[in-house]
Design a protein around this ligand. Structure first.
Ligand SMILES: Cc1cc2nc3c(=O)[nH]c(=O)nc-3n(C[C@H](O)[C@H](O)[C@H](O)COP(=O)(O)OP(=O)(O)OC[C@H]3O[C@@H](n4cnc5c(N)ncnc54)[C@H](O)[C@@H]3O)c2cc1C
Ligand code: SF4
Length: 355
């Protein structure tokens, strides 16, 4: 049986207290939310904080405020079950609810939080093993060793960004609020992830993720498709998030019966088939194949300025296939995962045609 190493446990009640504790304790301390990623990592001796600081009792991190008209703010400690079941998220940000529903099992979603998911450690077949297993191969670059078993000539770790919500947050243009004793800053999800399996976040160790800011739903649609071995639960070994925003035609009825934004701005999506509406902006984000989410700009270029029809979808999917370069460090053969990037991009975009 794998046991947790000894550590001291702190339960601050305010953000100021939480950031002071980590500021005072230094690099040997680490925040924990649901612990569904951190505690298994500690049992495998991949992460060894001497002090663990819970973020579950910070009131600001446990609330959801706003809606699709104004934009939604989700506290980092909101558990995934509450994301899946929240009526405003289901109505205004269905892509977030459906991507969160694919994460692991109901039991884990009752513990795991949205913040922990967005800060998830990168994964690799040579790393996500117990201490004895890793010791038997003389460890690896990411922890305790000096060679990468996936790319032995490489000085870089290629462990994979494996969160289902990360590609979606990047696609829809979410922002994250980080707080430390030095102050507060807002960062774009798109610039937050490094393409390096060890140094995978552009976040200082002492920064607390307080909340996630979703943009108003003014005319965009997004979808997420996940490749995994078992439909019941498994990490993504490819995730495709697709986002399109249509040009406003100024005609047609309001979709979903939503009221206009208080400002009178075009917060509503107009009806009409997506096959005759022109795409003003588009993003295809690939997750689960590299240390960071990968934006496929060529796919966006294939879509922008055109209607979302079969030719555009095929062109975007081809661009995703070309850009996808999975390595042999997760489940499934890497060439097949590369081919699936094409198929899952088609699926993700076709889901948007139906909307
Ligand atoms: C069996 C199993 C299956 C899984 N399947 C999936 C899956 O299919 N898809 C998927 O995306 N994930 C999956 N996960 C990973 C994980 O459980 C989830 O991503 C979960 O949402 C992590 O949240 P948590 O609150 O438990 O994170 P924790 O373990 O508490 O924390 C994760 C990391 O975030 C840091 N952290 C947490 N909150 C904050 C904060 N507010 N500020 C700063 N740092 C913070 C911690 O220090 C730690 O480094 C799975 C895990 C297991 C064990
Ligand atoms: S990609 Fe290489 S260095 Fe990174 S975890 Fe895997 S084997 Fe280790």
């Amino acid at each position: 049986m794998m046991r947790l190493p000894k550590f001291s446990y702190r339960t601050p009640r305010t953000i100021a207290e939480a950031v002071k504790v980590i500021g005072d304790t230094g690099p040997e301390a680490q925040f924990v939310a649901g612990g569904t990623d951190l505690y298994p990592n500690m049992k495998r001796r991949q992460q060894m904080p001497k002090t663990v600081i819970s973020v579950m009792r910070l009131p600001e991190l446990n609330q959801i405020t706003g809606d699709g008209a104004s934009g939604l703010v989700i506290g980092a400690s909101v558990i995934l079950t509450d994301i899946v079941e929240n009526p405003i998220i289901q109505r205004d940000y269905p892509v977030i609810a459906s991507a969160a529903r694919t994460i692991s099992t109901p039991i884990l979603r009752n513990m795991g939080t949205i913040g922990g998911n967005l800060l998830l450690d990168t994964r690799c077949n040579y790393y996500d093993q117990n201490y004895e297993w890793r010791k038997a191969i003389n460890f690896c670059l990411k922890k305790d060793g000096d060679v990468c078993w996936v790319a032995p000539g490489s000085s870089k770790c290629w462990a994979v960004q494996s969160s289902d919500l990360v590609p979606v947050m990047v696609a829809i243009g979410a922002k994250f609020r980080l707080v430390s004793t030095l102050g507060e800053r807002m960062v774009d999800a798109a610039g937050f992830y490094n393409n390096d399996g060890i140094d995978y976040l552009k976040k200082r160790h002492d920064e607390l993720l307080v909340d996630i800011h979703l943009p108003a739903t003014n005319g965009w649609r997004a979808s997420y498709q996940k490749l995994r071995r078992r439909g019941a639960f498994d990490f993504p070994v490819l995730g495709v998030a697709a986002y399109v925003r249509y040009q406003s035609t100024g005609r047609g009825a309001l979709a979903h019966g939503r009221a206009p934004a208080p400002s009178g701005g075009d917060s509503c999506v107009r009806t009409g088939t997506s096959s005759d509406r022109i795409i003003a902006d588009a993003k295809i984000i690939l997750g689960g194949i590299a240390p960071s989410p990968i934006e496929v700009n060529e796919a966006a270029q294939a879509l922008i300025g055109k209607p979302l029809n079969e030719d555009q979808i095929q062109a975007a999917a081809e661009a995703a296939y070309v850009k996808a370069r999975p390595l042999d460090n997760t489940d499934f053969v890497m060439n097949w995962r590369k081919q699936m990037a094409r198929q899952y991009t088609i699926r993700a975009l076709k889901e948007l045609v139906a909307k």
